[in-house]
Write a protein that binds this ligand. Structure first.
Ligand SMILES: [Zn+2]
Ligand SMILES: [Zn+2]
Length: 167
């Protein structure tokens, strides 16, 4: 894109910008589609992140690469070029996982309020997301499970099963 086109794009971009005075994030007050902040240029819908990266970081708007958020920026919709970086989708997923793991590591107790001390918890990994599991909570959960199954006549079931095996 040439210089002149950049200028009109920039005017549109900054025209819809609202700056968060605390985080310095750039938020979009213009049109959105499916929560994606967009501006229209030459009959083309462009994501404001991509436009921002194009104008301020020299990013090629047609590039297959993605414009991503730094984990330090709390606003998913922010398009401040200082809070953005260029990367791939897999990089984005990895960074999100790292940020969540970091957040999880900073917790000092579980959701039931048991304090995390060495040896009373372990990491659980699910689809790349790491979660801390508390041993005390595990005990409570398995007791609940046992109680529930005793009430519903576990012995009947057990007998039925063993009959089936003999047969
Ligand atoms: Zn931001
Ligand atoms: Zn717990």
């Amino acid at each position: 894109m040439g210089r002149k086109r950049n200028w009109t794009l920039k005017r549109q971009l900054l025209g819809g910008r609202v700056i968060d005075s605390i985080t310095n994030c750039w938020l979009w007050s213009g049109k959105t589609k499916n929560e994606h902040a967009q501006l229209h240029y030459n009959c083309r819908a462009l994501g404001v992140h991509r436009v921002s990266a194009h104008i301020y970081m020299g990013f090629d708007i047609n590039s297959p690469l993605q414009v991503l958020h730094k984990a330090s920026c709390p606003n998913r919709h922010c398009f401040n070029p200082e809070h953005l970086y260029i990367g791939t989708q897999s990089q984005n997923i990895r960074d999100t996982v790292n940020a969540r793991t970091h957040k999880e590591s900073r917790k000092t107790s579980c959701s039931r309020g048991h304090r995390y001390i060495d040896g009373n918890w372990y990491w659980y990994e699910y689809r790349g997301f790491r979660k801390r599991i508390c041993h005390e909570c595990n005990k409570i959960k398995s007791k609940e499970w046992r109680d529930k199954h005793n009430k519903t006549g576990d012995t009947e079931n057990g007998r039925h099963n063993s009959d089936a095996i003999t047969w």
